[in-house]
Design a protein around this ligand. Sequence first.
Ligand SMILES: [Fe+2]
Ligand SMILES: [Fe+2]
Length: 424
Amino acid sequence: MDRYFLEHLTQLGEVQSVRAFEDIKSAQGIKLIARGTEINRSHLERLLQHKLLKPIDNSLIIADQLSVTQLKYYALKSLDDSPNLRLLIHGLSDISMIMDYFSSLLLSRFLANKMTIMQKCLPNQFTHSLWVALMNLLIGNICRMSLTDMHYLASIGLFHDLGTLHIDPHIFDESKCLSFMQWKQVYAHPIIGCLILKEQQELPPAISRAVLEHHERIDGSGYPRQLKAPHLSRLGRITAIAETIMGISRKGSCEYLITILKSDINKLDKEIVELLCHAFYQINLIGLAGRIHHTFSPVPMNEMKQTLKMAETISLIFVGWDSLLNEGLQQNFDQLINTIDDLHHILDRAGISVLDTTTSVRQYEQDLPAFIEASMLLRETIYHLNRIIRITSRSMIDQSISYPGLTDWLQNSLQRLTLFNEYS
Ligand SMILES: [Fe+2]
Ligand SMILES: [Fe+2]
């Protein structure tokens, strides 16, 4: 059953009116909630016990439901929390033109319900969706996409993470390492989002398709279907870039944009990335960021301590990996080998030695901007290591594969990642 979504919904019913405007019935036709009832937490268990005849939000009216005008207002307001996104939009486009694309959003009552629940129950996710919509429009504008595609890009950005309303909200707690089951939910969210949008007759298939593709990567290393370049739509590729830019920093910061794009150069649409980098150079983004931030100020001690711990964890994992390779990893672990290889190259290109990351970090002791860039890359590395190690461990258990050297490395690495997680 859709526990997480029902929890959001009934929780929202505690603070504002969530009313059934028609009877809510089970798949067998049993009336579970009568028309006119105000939904709250007391209905949760009853709803969870049954498969519903139709999605519950088809039968609800939520008070203060978001309108297109309000979404437009919140999108504009979201720029207050991301001055760098504001800087980019002002430097590369026309804010009123960008905001105009919001006016044509096709917002059914069903989708307005979803966005309202997201705003109230997952506010960070809501802001992230607004940012991705804005970034989508900015990229679309730079790529000179057609008027129709620009309208689509606004909807895609706004709705791209609707699937997250239906997964465990603890997944968004960035201080915790995700379990294998939680990763499975993360992988499912583009599929859930796509299915929700497919049900909306008024939305063209290009929108649900791009939502399904927003975590895919052109080299096939993304999810949920590991599709490669020829199978990905241009709208999906744009959204993957917008998601990467706005998602990586989790705070919407754009000042390290070029680093972010470069670190994923093999995974994102090269042509679009080149157009973007060209545009960023044109407005002298690096110069701007440099003037604002590049003051060669020393790194705060706490930040340095935490990043050194992260660097040490990564080095130990890579040292173990190297000796595992020297012993000969003969079985077929392509996904693991490719991911570790990729991480190795990304760090290499950034001038960070994987076998001695701590020395690499210490060189930035007096250079805060460079330190932040290095720290961001290391955090991404931890994220990807955690993901691939958990997936490999789980699939070895599922397929009853035993490979002592690899099993030891996986266990040791998991322990190190858990220790780092507890430390931070
Ligand atoms: Fe997202
Ligand atoms: Fe997503």
